[in-house]
Structure formats: C-alpha cells, structure tokens
Design a protein around this ligand. Structure first.
Ligand SMILES: [Zn+2]
Length: 469
C-alpha cells in the first residue's frame, strides 16, 4: 500500500502548520492501515522504562565494583565477622546499600541477609560456614498480584585454589559485575512502583557449588513462590577474550535450557508430540529478554545460546530451573580466562587476576540496562493469559486460539505471537482486544503463543496454547 500524499496549495503561514499536522495524521493513518492489513503491530517504548534506562550509570557500577574488590576477598569460606575483609563485610555493605535505597522507597523496599549454616561437605567446604544471601524485596503495589521476578548475581569470589579464604581474590568481573548490576537496578527501580514484586539478590557460595542460589530456590519452591522469571548475571563486564584481539561490547549472551530439567518425564510425551523442544519456559524467557532488551537498549544485540550454561559449566540460574522456574544466565560475549579464577600475579609480562582495570563499565552499563528493562517490562505487564487453547476438534488449515483473561493487572489487549517452526524468534505480533482469534495459518506449519499487554505496551511472558477440545 502506498502512502497518500497531499499537494501543497496555500502560500500563507498558518495553513502551513495545519498542513503539517494533516500530513502527519495521514502518514500515521497509513502506517496503522498497513499494519492492520498485514497483521503487524507497531510497538513504542514505554516512556517510564526509557527514563529508567537513562539512569543506569557506568560510574555507579564502577564504584560498586571497586568497593567490592576492596574487601580483599569475598570467598564464601572467608571471614564473616571481620568488619573490613571477607564475605561478611561485603554482604553487610550490600545490605547497607539496599537499606539506603529502602529509605527512599516509601516503605516498599525491604532488605535483609538470609543466613543459614552450611555444613562441611568434604569437597569445597572444609568447615561449617555461615552462608548468607543479601536480599532486597520491592513489594508489588497490586495486592492481587503474587508474581515475583528475580535478578541475581553472586557476591562471592575465589582464588585458583577454591578453598583459600584468606588471600587476595578481587572478583571484579566474576561476579562483581553481576552484583553491581543487581545493586544498580535496586537503586533505580526502588523509586518506581510496579504491580508485581521484584527481588534483588546477591548470593554467596556460587564458587563453592551454587550453595546460596540452591538454598534460595529450594526455599522459594517450599513456600510456593510464584516466580515467573529469574535473570542470573554472572561475568558480564569485560569486552574481550584472552585468545584474540577482538573487542566486543555490542553483544551479550543469554543461556537457556532446551528440554526442561524439571519433571521432564511427565512432559516428554507432549513435547515430542507437539514439537515443543524449543518452547520451554526458560527458552521463552530468553526470547523475551532478547526482544525487550533490543527494544530499549541501544547498540546491544542479545545472542541466544541454546544451552543451559556454557559447556560443562554451571551458574546460579540452574537451581531455579531444577525447581521448575524459568531462569536464564546472562554473560558477556567472550570470557577472558586470564582474569577469571586466577590468582593476581604477573607472568612473562602478562597480568593475571580478576581486576577492575580489565573491565568495560560502559558495556556493563548496557548489560545492566538489559536486566532493568526486562524486570520493569515484566513487572509492569498484566499477568499471563490463562487457559490458552488451540482448537483441535476438526482438521483445518487455519488456526483458532482462545484464552481467558489474565488473573492480575490492567489488560489493554493481547498479542498473538507467530513464528515458523525453524525460526528462533517470534516473527509476528498480532494485536487483538478479543480473547479468541482465527488465523489463516496452519498450526501444522507455525508455532503460536499469546501474551497479555498493558496500556503502556508492557507484555507478559507468552503462553503456548495447549490442545483444546
Ligand atoms: Zn561466577
């Protein structure tokens, strides 16, 4: 469809103004009509989220990382009682930061250190330790909304010898970067109100075997928390690898599991029958992180990796996926192994060790913003549509999908998502205010899902329809 044009006729000045308005109205009308005809939806940035992105500050992130490094070591087996050195001093400092933000939050942000005794395990913990996760909770404003979104980083650091809790272990990037992102998101988001709850956590015990995140995920499961997404941030503030000269600060990786770890035996038959091996909760979350991240954060491409984590390696999202929650890992594009799990030293002119001078805080700013926009968009969105069903009573070359309203939030409408079976990302987003849709595309040849969307364009996570008879 071509865009209609208006011929300019009047030379006087005031009609120029009217002419401009009319021209714009006609242009916008033409765009909307194009979209209506082609089933595409124009999506604008939410102004509140856009403002929050501008507040993410590279200098703040750098100051957090340098403060964390100044505790000399944050090993999980270091002192929990020394006021200046060790994991105890570090987690108290994070708590003090959270409490400072809480003071400006109108009582909505509360923080504490969730401690437990972890018994010696004969492996990476030789003596009983006091394990502690520093947690800030930004309570949702809607009492009918029990959804929880979590951002996590690990505060603990390590030396080459993981049992050494005494000597220098700066852990600037691993995982001062992820912890700084958690703190910065708490700083900015605690001044805003969201219907759903957001939890900001710096765990410890990651290097000792995911101890802090395992403790938290199990606790969440036992208390039946309605966690819809966990963003685990680990190693995301360095822009280069130790093997090439390539600098990459415009791409970030998001890892997500394919087949779900949780109760796979119960789901396997349906996954095989419907070809849903690429549509588990974590994979849907990864797709969402990519779409929303690229919508709001300029000059950052989110690269989905079809794997729960890096090759044979682990992270703090895994205890959540093991307990049935959607969780992903966010990590820089290239890792520099000279600066990871290495004692600080110089060998043949090469400096080893995880120091702040090897980081790129502008890159960390973008990766922090990636988290912020996703948490904000999720927490502002209505709940997911429920009982989403694709009609299968008769054979058809079309697709008919129906659903029921979200359990919480203000729904302006719904997006019906569509992609070819070989496409990694959703290719079409069709807006409707109805709760049923008939599409002239076959369910044999495409994947579909439905999201609820608010007046300000914040969409829920998508729900893949179940067969409905
Ligand atoms: Zn790490």
């Amino acid at each position: 469809m071509s865009i209609p044009t208006v011929t300019r006729e009047s030379p006087v000045i005031w009609p120029d103004f009217l002419f401009l308005i009319m021209k714009n109205v006609i242009f916008i009308g033409a765009v909307l009509m194009y979209c209506a005809v082609h089933g595409q939806t124009v999506i604008h940035r939410d102004a509140e989220i856009e403002r929050m992105v501008k507040e993410v500050n590279a200098d703040s992130l750098q100051s957090y990382v340098r403060t964390m490094v100044a505790f000399k070591t944050r090993s999980t087996v270091s002192s929990t009682t020394d006021s200046k050195i060790g994991i105890g001093a570090a987690r108290n400092w994070v708590l003090a930061k959270f409490n400072k933000f809480a003071a400006g939050s109108g009582g909505r942000l509360t923080a504490f250190i969730d401690t437990t005794t972890y018994a010696a395990d004969g492996s990476r913990v030789k003596n009983n330790i006091n394990l502690g996760n520093t947690i800030a909770t930004l309570k949702g404003a809607d009492p009918n909304d029990n959804r929880i979104f979590i951002i996590s980083g690990h505060l603990d650091s390590r030396r080459t010898d993981v049992l050494d809790g005494t000597n220098e272990a700066p852990g600037a990037n691993d995982d001062g970067s992820g912890s700084a992102a958690v703190i910065e998101c708490a700083r900015i988001m605690s001044r805003h109100t969201f219907p759903a709850t957001i939890i900001f956590v710096t765990v410890s015990g990651e290097e000792q075997g995911l101890l802090g995140s395992t403790y938290m995920a199990r606790k969440a499961k036992a208390a039946n928390w309605n966690i819809e997404a966990v963003l685990n941030n680990d190693i995301m503030g360095s822009n280069n690898s130790n093997q090439t000269d390539v600098i990459n600060n415009t791409q970030v990786r998001v890892f997500s599991e394919g087949l779900p770890a949780y109760e796979l035996d119960k789901q396997a038959k349906t996954i095989r029958q419907l070809g849903l091996e690429n549509d588990g909760k974590a994979r849907q979350l990864a797709r969402y992180v990519k779409e929303i991240g690229e919508r709001y954060v300029d000059n950052l491409q989110v690269v989905m990796i079809y794997r729960n984590d890096r090759f044979l390696r682990g992270g703090d999202h895994t205890p959540y996926v093991d307990n049935g929650y959607a969780a992903v890992r966010i990590t820089e594009m290239n890792e520099n192994f000279n600066h990871q799990h290495q004692d600080v030293r110089t060998e043949k002119g090469v400096v080893f060790g995880d120091l702040p001078e090897f980081m790129d805080f502008e890159y960390l700013r973008k990766n922090t913003a990636l988290n912020l926009v996703n948490l904000a968009n999720l927490a502002k969105a209505p709940g997911m549509p429920v009982d989403v069903k694709v009609e299968v009573r008769g054979l058809s070359n079309g697709t008919s999908i129906a659903w029921k309203a979200s359990a919480s939030g203000h729904v302006a409408g719904y997006y019906v998502l569509m992609r070819e079976t070989i496409s990694p990302v959703w290719q079409r987003k069709i807006y409707t205010t109805d709760m049923t849709i008939e599409l002239p595309y076959s369910k044999d040849n495409y994947f579909f899902a439905v999201q609820a969307v608010s007046e300000t364009g914040n969409e829920s996570l998508p729900v893949v329809p179940a067969p409905g008879r």
